[in-house]
Design a protein around this ligand. Structure first.
Ligand code: NAD
Ligand code: TYD
Length: 348
């Protein structure tokens, strides 16, 4: 059985990618490698535990020897790399952790793949999952294309940009077969409540303030996570060797408008009087170096591979809220302990 190694599979996006691959490719073994940091949660994959073609390995990608040993033992023919420190606010507090996992961890994986593939690249592929934040910030107009120069501003985006460069360098220097995807903001089930949408859902449920950074006019493009997982599947299997693909929802929202839409849907689903949740909106101190606007031009993946988002934002948001309402225990579990400490420090 050929093995595909997915890193970060216990996290938000990774868990959806693992599920997509386990269900779609029963003839392949899907090996999920994850350190189970605060963001990794095996509950995200409970439904797959007994599935024959799925295996979980707890390992840290900053541990070069452990990664070598796992590659030697399992001989993966493909790697889909999602493991990362992923939250901009945490990167502002602790940049070095982002260098360790996002840069050193990625190079450890590249070295291990290079070692076991040993120049025999037939049928092999290293897929690096990255972000649109590497391109920096846009003004009121324009879009990021695959040709846009990198211009990262946060420690998070700087670490992701660095990892992207290393992946391309292994292609150019050693001939490693690689593909990259640079995706916009994801949302959906299992989203960790440090990020805007799940944080607001959690706070609305608990009648807590909804913290809006600065004037709330910052703009992001939002994509439903399962559409991202499907894009990764397509690019992993059909993307051009050495190429990169922007993935986005053609779905821009200013933060304040997005939170108001979320509030309206929550009021309706919770049978609360219209305006109840929006009354919780509270403007707070801005994020340092806050990027004004991200917007993805996803024409290439659409034209070359036929990918397109499957749900509108309103539909995706509705499904997301329903998932959180049906999984209140999940939300309680991930917001106990460390989360409380993080929250009171970040929003003090
Ligand atoms: P996440 O924070 O929810 O999950 C990250 C996962 O990586 C967790 O399971 C965690 O345990 C694991 N991990 C962290 N450090 C590790 C280490 N040293 N060794 C092994 N595992 C480790 O992140 P996410 O939102 O699912 O993002 C996944 C990937 O997609 C990241 O590479 C991120 O940069 C990229 N991305 C995210 C978004 C987004 O909107 N969330 C958008 C575009 C790209
Ligand atoms: P986030 O979900 O952290 O994703 P990213 O920073 O990777 O885009 O934030 C999305 C937007 O929401 C961003 O402009 C910052 C803003 N934001 C708030 O206004 N308040 C919050 O509490 C958080 C977490 C984010």
């Amino acid at each position: 059985m050929d093995t595909i190694l997915i890193t970060g599979g216990a996290g938000f996006i990774g868990s959806h990618v693992v599920r997509e691959f386990v269900n779609k490719y029963p003839e392949k073994k899907i090996l999920n490698l994850d350190a189970l940091t605060y963001a990794g949660n095996l509950e995200n994959l409970k439904d797959l535990e007994a599935t024959e073609n799925y295996e979980f390995i707890k390992a840290d990608i900053t541990d070069a020897q452990a990664i070598f040993d796992i590659f030697e033992k399992h001989q993966p023919i493909g790697v889909i790399h999602l493991a990362a420190e992923s939250h901009v606010d945490r990167s502002i507090t602790n940049p070095l952790e982002f260098v360790m996992t996002n840069v050193i961890g990625t190079v450890n994986l590249l070295n291990a793949a290079k070692h076991i593939w040993n120049g025999n690249f037939e049928g092999k592929r290293f897929h690096h999952v990255s972000t649109d934040e590497v391109y920096g910030a846009l003004g009121d107009t324009g879009f990021f294309t695959e040709e846009t120069s990198y211009d990262p501003h946060s420690p998070y985006s700087a670490s992701k940009a660095s990892s992207d460069h290393f992946v391309r360098a292994y292609h150019d220097t050693y001939g490693m077969p690689i593909v990259l995807t640079n995706c916009s903001n994801n949302y959906g089930p299992n989203h960790f409540p440090e990020k805007l949408i799940p944080l607001c859902i959690h706070n609305i449920l608990n009648n807590k303030p909804l913290p809006i950074y600065g004037n709330g006019k910052y703009t992001r493009d939002w994509l439903y996570v399962i559409d991202h997982a499907k894009a990764i599947d397509l690019v992993f299997h059909e993307g051009t060797n050495g190429g990169s693909y922007n993935v986005g929802g053609f779905n821009e929202w200013q933060n304040i408008d997005l939170v108001k839409e979320l509030c309206a849907q929550m009021d309706e689903k919770l049978n609360r009087t219209a305006g109840t949740s929006a009354a919780l909106i509270t403007y707070v101190k801005d994020r340092p170096g806050h990027d004004l606007r991200y917007a993805i031009d996803a024409t290439k993946i659409n034209k070359e591979l036929g990918w397109t988002p499957s749900v509108t934002f309103e539909e995706g948001l509705s499904k997301t809220i329903d998932w959180f309402l049906e999984n209140k225990q999940w939300l309680e579990n991930v917001t106990s302990g460390d989360y409380q400490r993080y929250y009171s420090q970040q929003y003090k």
